[in-house]
Design a binder for this molecule. Structure first.
Ligand code: Q0Z
Length: 310
């Protein structure tokens, strides 16, 4: 008998009163059912963060305890910090018990067909572009920058929304203007860079640098609304400020123990093999949980406690 196909992501949780809409690598979307008709509502979504973690483009076998809750709370806290810059999609944190603390009910928006990325430090794809010709996303940068250099100001470096499993491609600002019109494009650009600048003003005081971030906007009454998750380690690169040293790749605030173990002889894994990585040991999961909690507590100044959002 043929083997059953291996699912890319586990089946989403069955939540009474909600229908699954979409599952990403580490999060799931549901539509609340209208109690009168049983039909899915078209105006609301339940956004559920799982404890799954990805590394080297693989979703790992074992969850990081509390990761979904930590990231959900962090995102909610950032929405409050950013509320004077941009409205957001949050409706309520009153959610089913099974997903308490890691789900948010949101307004369903018309999402922009552009990944809005801003970079405050040079690394990753931005660094590769810079090394080619001294430009990033069509913007000329000073000479002499290296991996981890702080940029003079946050840059808007949009990308295309790639289908699941594919990598986003850089998009020119002209292409963003063509997709959104010049007014909306400029508004998305300015908001994206201001969100990252504000994020870093707050985070740097608390020992974290946010190298870059991807934000999602939707439209409501012609205005941009901040959606999805914002300024979390899953949507952004978080670096420990006290270890920042341009000239080489910076350690990840949250995933350093995961990457270190996977690349160590202890894992027995060969990154170049194309094989899925082995399951992380308990101590790596526990130390990684502690890094997510540390990021939350440092940023917010609040102790992390699992359970329903107050
Ligand atoms: C977010 C995503 C996933 C979580 C669509 N307010 C909104 N209105 C309409 N669409 C979205 C949102 Cl947040 C939306 N995503 C990304 C995928 C789990 C978030 F599987 N996709």
């Amino acid at each position: 008998m043929a083997d059953a196909p291996v699912p890319a992501v586990p089946a989403p949780l069955e939540l009474a009163g909600y229908a699954p809409v979409y599952s990403g690598k580490v999060r799931d979307l549901y539509a609340p059912l209208d109690p009168a008709t049983g039909a899915p509502r078209d105006d609301l979504l339940l956004l559920v963060a799982s404890d799954r973690i990805s590394a080297f483009d693989f979703v790992l076998d074992r969850p990081v305890p509390d990761k979904g809750e930590v990231l959900t709370r962090m995102s909610l806290w950032w929405f409050e910090q950013l509320a004077d810059l941009v409205p957001n999609h949050v409706v309520s944190t009153d959610v089913p018990d099974a997903v308490a603390g890691r789900a948010v009910l949101v307004r369903r928006l018309e999402m922009l067909p552009v990944e809005c990325v801003a970079r405050a430090y040079l690394t990753g794809g931005g660094l590769r572009e810079y090394r080619t010709d001294g430009h990033v996303s069509g913007l000329r940068l000073p000479a002499g920058l290296t991996d981890g250099s702080r940029l003079p100001e946050p840059l808007f470096t949009p990308s295309t929304k790639a289908p699941q499993g594919e990598h986003d491609e850089p998009m020119s600002y002209a292409a963003v203007e063509a997709a959104l019109g010049p007014e909306l494009a400029a508004r998305a650009r300015d908001l994206t860079t201001r969100i990252l600048a504000r994020g870093n003003e707050i985070a740097a005081e608390r020992g974290i640098l946010i190298a870059d971030t991807k934000v999602e906007f939707g439209l409501e009454g012609g205005e941009l609304v901040l959606a999805d998750e914002v300024l979390t380690p899953d949507s952004s690169r978080f670096w420990p400020a006290d270890q920042w040293e341009p000239g080489h790749p910076q350690p990840s605030f949250d995933k350093e123990f995961v990457r270190e173990w996977l690349l160590s002889p202890a894992s027995g894994w060969d990154k170049a093999s194309g094989e899925a990585p082995p399951p992380l040991p308990d101590d790596v999961l526990e130390r990684t949980r502690a890094k997510y909690v540390e990021a939350y507590e440092r940023l917010t100044g609040r102790p992390f406690a699992a359970g329903p959002v107050a």
